[in-house]
Design a protein around this ligand. Structure first.
Ligand code: SF4
Ligand code: SF4
Length: 178
């Protein structure tokens, strides 16, 4: 089976070391301003620090993939006697809340690991080392992914007819380009 090597990047978050300074939010929003570093606004950052000083809660959370719809139910954690906000650890820009969305347009924000930089800037600017980048190589099975795609397409073609599927894909690709 054909495989491909891919680099998996992980940011190890040691919340015990976070002091809630929010430097990570500042540098992220400045780096992603247009043009770069022309402004900064933590509401536009791709990282948010859950901050409840009275409960000694400081937890950085990264923006992940956008959720098209909200979950059927929500979760709420109590850990070591500390109660966290509803959906506190979720990384998704989601219709249920304003987190990880551009404040003006509502467009979803997603951490891109500071593409093009040697090291994610939030990691570089975190003086307490609460954020540490880890990288490893992983083998990915190409054929399996392809097979899955083929099976999915075949079942769609069976259900709707190949012409409708081709038509829908063409429309989606035009919409994506536009
Ligand atoms: S820069 Fe580091 S210490 Fe400061 S809030 Fe972000 S993760 Fe916490
Ligand atoms: S890795 Fe880059 S894009 Fe992601 S949260 Fe950190 S500064 Fe923002």
């Amino acid at each position: 089976m054909a495989t491909e090597k891919k680099i998996v990047k992980t940011i190890r978050i040691n919340a015990d070391l976070c002091n809630g300074c929010r430097a990570c939010e500042m540098i992220c929003s400045a780096f992603h301003a247009q043009p770069k570093y022309s402004s900064n606004n933590p509401a536009r950052a791709r990282i948010r620090v859950l901050r409840h000083p009275l409960q000694d809660i400081y937890v950085p959370v990264y923006a992940g993939e956008s959720a098209g719809a909200e979950c059927a139910g929500r979760d709420k954690y109590i850990i070591d006697g500390k109660e966290y906000d509803e959906c506190a650890f979720c990384r998704a820009p989601c219709p249920s809340r304003a987190d990880f969305k551009e404040p003006d347009s509502g467009l979803p924000l997603k951490c891109d690991m500071c593409e093009g930089e040697e090291e994610p800037l939030c990691v570089k600017w975190c003086i307490t080392d609460a954020l540490v980048l880890e990288e490893r190589e992983e083998e990915v099975e190409l054929a399996a992914e392809q097979e899955e795609l083929d099976i999915g397409l075949e079942s769609l073609a069976e259900k709707y007819g190949i012409e409708k599927v081709v038509d829908a894909v063409a429309r989606m690709s035009v919409a994506k380009k536009g």
